[in-house]
Structures are given as C-alpha cells and as structure tokens.
Design a protein around this ligand. Structure first.
Ligand code: PLP
Length: 391
C-alpha cells in the first residue's frame, strides 16, 4: 500500500520557529522571551466577565460571525478611537484570533495562483496563510534604521497577478509603526492596481513616544479595499482566549464569513462576551497599557545594553526588539538563539525566521518583552552573566 503522505500544501508549511523555541525554552527551563505572550494577569474585570458568561450558561455555539455584544462593542470602539463607521451586521466577522482572521481573509478573498505582497521581516504566519489560499507571497524588504520601504521597489512588486498586500502596523518583529505618508504611498499603489490591503493591527494600542496608530482603512480611498484585522490577544493580555476579528466592506466580510463558518464555526462564546466588556474599557486603560509597555521597553533596552547587545532600532510600537547577536560572538542568529536558550536560560528567536531568504537577518535575534519587570530583570541577570562568562 502507498504510504500516506502530506499534501503539497502541508508540506510547504514549515513549523513555526517561534513555537519550536518555546518548546526548547520549556525543556531547559529558560525564560521565554521568544514567544510574544504576557506572564502578567489579564485585567480583573475582563476575567470576571468571562467567568460570569460561563456561569450564565453562555456556553453554546455563538452566532457564527460573532455575538451581537462584541460586534456592537467593536463598532463603538472603532468609532471612538479612529472615527471609523462600522455596521455590526455587515462589516464584522469575529474569528479565533487574528490568525484565523488572516487565513479567512486570504482564503476568502485571494484566488489560487494570485500574488500577495508581504513586507519582510514579517510575522511568520503571512506566508503560511498565503500558501493555504494557494497564493504566492511576493516579498518587499523593510530596511533599518526606520524599517521603511523603497517606493520604487514596492511599486515593482505590484503585477497583474497581485491581489492583496499585507501591512502589519505596529509591526512584529521590527516595532515599525507605519506613518501616514507610508500608508498613503501604499494606498496609491493599491488603488492604481485594484489591490486589497489586509492589515494586521493587533498591536494597535502598544505604541510609544506619542506615536499614533493609523488604521489603513482611514486613509482616503482605502475604506472599501481594506480588511482590518485585530484581536483581544495582545491589547487585553489574553492570547489563549482565541478571539480576533476582521472588519471589511460587506462583500469581503461575506467572503470571510463563508470560510470562517466552515473552518471554526465560531470563536468561544464566553470569551466573546468578555471581549465585549474589554472593548468598552475607558481610554485610561489604553494609556496605562502603553505606559506599562514603555517601562518594559526601557528596562529591556537596558538589559540588552548591559549584555553588549545594541537594538537594530528602538521599537516605535509592539513589544519586540531585534538585535545583532554578533556582539556575543555569534555569526549566526540560529546558533545564538539556541545557545542563549540552553546555556544562558533566556530564549530568543533567530532573525532569519522573519525573512524569506538567507542573508538579511542572519546574525539577528529577536527578544519579546511582554513580561513582568521582575522576569525581565532576571533575564537581564542571566544574559549579563552569559556575556561576561567564559562561554
Ligand atoms: N499578528 C501578529 C503580528 C502577531 O505578532 C501575533 C502573535 O504574536 C498574531 C498576529 C497572533 O494573533 P492571535 O493570537 O490573535 O491569533
């Protein structure tokens, strides 16, 4: 009998390096600065809302594209924060995290054989989502120090096969926050070529130094050609709840809902109900979140400096720092990430996992600082000891 083998699609998906580093971290009892999840508690009132929803027996299938409570809370929040007008009935699909929203957007709106432009370094799910849709990613490089793109290079990436461009702002792993000028330049190309923007805005509230997140959908001309993706995961420190959403014009929302209905049916009902409470937290919650992350960023920059590591760029948003590991004597970020995990007890991610090709990012590693200050201080102690030690 023929051996059962993976499909070509499955075979094309490489295992997430980030989750692999998390496993290695567990094995060696290392502090996990590889994967971006908080080790501090979620907001009390949000946790209480989830418990209350379970106790009120909100435990059955949700409305497939999202409970009314969370869709209405989303419409109110997007109006309040960004002036966006969203119809909870026609513009929203609640999904199992931003991850499912991205796959739903790709499968729902991109045909096999079409191309999707992805900036690199990238969050590693975008290539996989494109592959699941049968589409081909086409990469455009963001370069330090500002992690911006060359406009001519970007323009050249748009072809007759281009269906969509993925924009992640604030960005993982760079901490890049796209400016209005950059978003407008992308928008011009999208309009000229009839291309859709699929934006991952999951770090929308984690921005520093007075920077302001600008949703692509608010750039003139983009409202009707943007799928805005975000989630509860990072803003409310509940990465395990698996609640995210896509906001899009009605025909695109309909396409995403069709995929979503058959893939997951719905995101967990009680966590959607708690999400409706979270989304109505006052402005002070978001100010505090940004202030707390500013403190963590400052501490982490100090920790890296003490270990002799210089950040590629001080992040303007999100909670990651890319740094060159050659300062620790490693030419290769993969070797550095492994050695730091196993010998120093601090897990990081090799920079190469954020690029489509060898070369850029080869000597880089990425640290996440979505941790308690005490955790970051302990990581600092371990890194300093490692960098000072005989090796
Ligand atoms: N998008 C980006 C840019 C991320 O960094 C992450 C997680 O690290 C996700 C999406 C995953 O989102 P979710 O947990 O809501 O699926």
């Amino acid at each position: 009998m023929d051996r059962v083998r993976a499909s070509a699609t499955a075979a094309s998906l490489t295992e997430s390096v980030i989750r692999e580093m998390t496993r290695l971290a567990l094995q060696h009892d290392a502090i996990n600065l590889a994967q971006g999840f908080p080790d501090f508690p979620a907001p009390e009132q949000v946790k209480r809302a989830a418990v209350a929803a379970i106790e009120a027996d909100q435990n059955q299938y949700p409305i497939t594209w999202g409970q009314r409570s969370i869709r209405e809370a989303l419409a109110d929040k997007y109006r309040h924060h960004y002036g966006m007008q969203i119809d909870p009935e026609r513009n929203v699909c609640v999904t199992c995290g931003a991850t499912e929203a991205m796959i739903g957007a790709m499968v729902g709106c991109v045909d096999p054989g079409q191309e999707v432009i992805v900036f690199e370094p990238f969050y590693e799910n975008y290539g996989a989502a494109a592959a699941i849709a049968g589409a081909s990613p086409r990469y455009v490089t963001l370069r330090e120090p500002g992690w911006s793109f060359d406009e001519a290079e970007l323009a050249a990436a748009f072809t007759s096969a281009t269906r969509a461009i993925v924009v992640n702002t604030p960005g993982n792993p760079t901490g890049k926050v796209f400016s209005r000028e950059e978003l407008t330049a992308i928008a011009r190309l999208c309009e000229r070529h009839g291309v859709l923007a699929i934006t991952d805005e999951i770090y929308e509230h984690i921005v520093y130094d007075g920077a302001r997140h600008i949703p692509m959908a608010t750039i003139p001309g983009m409202e009707d050609r943007t799928i805005t993706i975000s989630a509860l995961s990072k803003t409310y420190s509940v990465t395990g709840w698996r609640v995210g959403w896509a906001i899009a014009p009605p025909d695109l929302t309909d396409a995403i809902r069709r995929v979503h209905d058959f893939v997951t049916v719905g995101a967990p009902t009680p966590f959607q109900e708690a999400g409706a409470v979270a989304l109505r937290l006052p402005d002070s919650y978001y100010q505090r979140l940004a202030a707390d992350y500013t403190e963590r960023r400052g501490l982490m920059l100090g920790v890296l400096a003490a270990a002799g590591l210089r950040p590629a760029t001080t992040p303007a948003g999100a909670y990651y720092i890319m740094t060159d590991a050659s300062a620790l004597g490693f030419a290769d970020g993969t070797a550095a990430a492994r050695a730091l995990t196993v010998k120093a007890g601090v897990a990081a991610v090799p920079g190469s996992s954020f690029y489509s090709r060898p070369g850029p990012g080869r000597s880089m590693i990425r640290f996440s600082y979505s941790k308690r200050l005490a955790t970051l201080r302990e990581a600092g102690r371990r890194l300093a000891e490692f960098s000072a030690g005989p090796g």
